[in-house]
Design a protein around this ligand. Structure first.
Ligand code: FNR
Length: 370
């Protein structure tokens, strides 16, 4: 990569040159009118940073912990499906890049690389496994056992997907996996073939149909209890958007509540995640960790979320842009930029450690109208 890419937006612009229309649309789309997609980003600007000075920032550390594991930065990789559509090395490249930066990596259940291959390629990366509880409990249990055996550190149950959200571009494009790729973690050839078969006349996307066939819309909190009963790994609940569900999650034994609107790909019209974060942090009240994702593209955004009480910020699309631009180097390039930007905003705001980023470091924009 010869061009100098100095921010996430540069990577996004460059990625657009590398991705075909179907893949780009699949990665960038939100649900329906994409109001929430836009608002996730806009919500970052509703908080102002309150910098403090003369506080010795000669040594800044971004180190923190996630579920008791040491990590070098307070941000990580959110699960995004089918990363080999962005680059041939896909999930392996992203996981390795995360390891180099010291960031946690979350593997999507709908990956184009197996659980075992990711573990073998990135043994030192802190790895979380994202999944859904399928109607077929044997399929679900088998995925969990494989993640446990492969040394993943936590299970991330995505709760916001009883059905796939409606993304218009994917329907128009009838987006399908290229023939040489497979949904790697599902052994049955029949299942993989369903995802791969492309029917130009279909009004539905093939991937949408495939994933829809796996989901179990009948899930309830009792199924979370079932999950807790069959694994010793910490369970993270991803997709929580209300204080009510956050409390139920804590009561169900979640090790972390992950505030997310699935990158605005499920319900158009829900709150931006930065709006929900304070409510969830308050409801959880320190009883477990709180993570957030959705629209983050800059160190200052991460800083604001940490100030609002998040323990960890996750990013989806920015890593896909990095991957598309330069595989492992590209994904690492994006994380290096975020690390430098966060370090800069911390130092310039008087925070030598992540623990120094307190609630008093941000103020709501409306509160300081002059
Ligand atoms: C996702 N996301 C997602 N979430 C999940 O739990 N399982 C998955 O397989 C996927 N797949 C996926 C694919 C693509 C292309 C995108 C953009 C997103 C949601 C993801 O984990 C995360 O919540 C959002 O991407 C965060 O928003 P940003 O950072 O993309 O704005």
């Amino acid at each position: 990569m010869s061009k100098q890419l100095v921010c996430v937006q540069d990577y996004e612009k460059e990625a657009r040159q590398h991705l075909n229309k179907n893949t780009l649309d699949y990665y960038q789309s939100g649900a329906l009118d994409e109001v929430t997609l836009r608002e996730n980003k806009e919500a970052m600007e509703r908080w102002y940073i309150r910098p403090r000075f003369l506080r010795d920032v000669s040594h800044c550390s971004l180190a923190t912990t996630l579920l008791g594991h040491k990590v070098a930065v307070p941000f990580g990789v959110a699960p995004t499906a089918m990363q080999r559509m962005a680059h041939n090395e896909g999930e392996v490249a992203t996981a390795r890049a995360a390891g180099k930066v010291g960031a946690p990596f979350t593997l999507s259940t709908v990956a184009t690389t197996t659980i075992e291959d990711v573990a073998a390629a990135a043994p030192d990366t802190l790895r979380l496994f994202q999944f859904y509880i399928y109607s077929d409990r044997e399929v679900t249990t088998s995925l969990i056992r494989r993640a446990e055996a492969a040394g993943f550190s936590a299970l991330v149950l995505t709760v916001d997907t009883p059905y796939f959200g409606i993304r218009r571009a994917d329907i128009r494009n009838a987006v399908a996996l290229p023939a040489h790729l497979r949904i790697a973690n599902f052994q049955s050839a029949e299942e993989s073939d369903t995802a791969n078969s492309s029917n130009g006349n279909s009004s539905n996307s093939r991937i949408r149909e495939y994933v829809a066939s796996l989901f179990n819309p009948a899930l309830t909190w009792e199924d979370v209890a079932w999950l807790k009963g069959i694994t010793k790994l910490p369970v993270v609940l991803k997709g929580i958007l209300t204080r009510e569900d956050a409390c139920m999650g804590v009561e169900a034994g979640a090790a972390a509540i992950w505030v997310s609107n699935h990158g605005a790909r499920q319900v158009d019209g829900v709150s931006p995640t930065m709006e929900v974060l304070p409510e969830v942090v308050e409801a959880v009240g320190g009883r477990c960790e709180v993570y957030v994702d959705g629209g983050f593209s800059q160190g200052a955004h991460i800083f604001k979320a940490l100030a609002l009480g998040a323990n960890m910020v996750f990013l989806g699309r920015p890593l896909l842009w990095g991957l598309a631009c330069g595989g492992e180097d590209g994904a690492q390039g994006v994380m290096d930029i975020l690390q430098k930007e966060l370090e800069s905003v911390m130092a310039l705001s008087g925070c030598a450690t992540v623990q120094d980023i307190t609630r008093a470091m941000v103020v709501r924009r409306e509160m300081c109208a002059h």
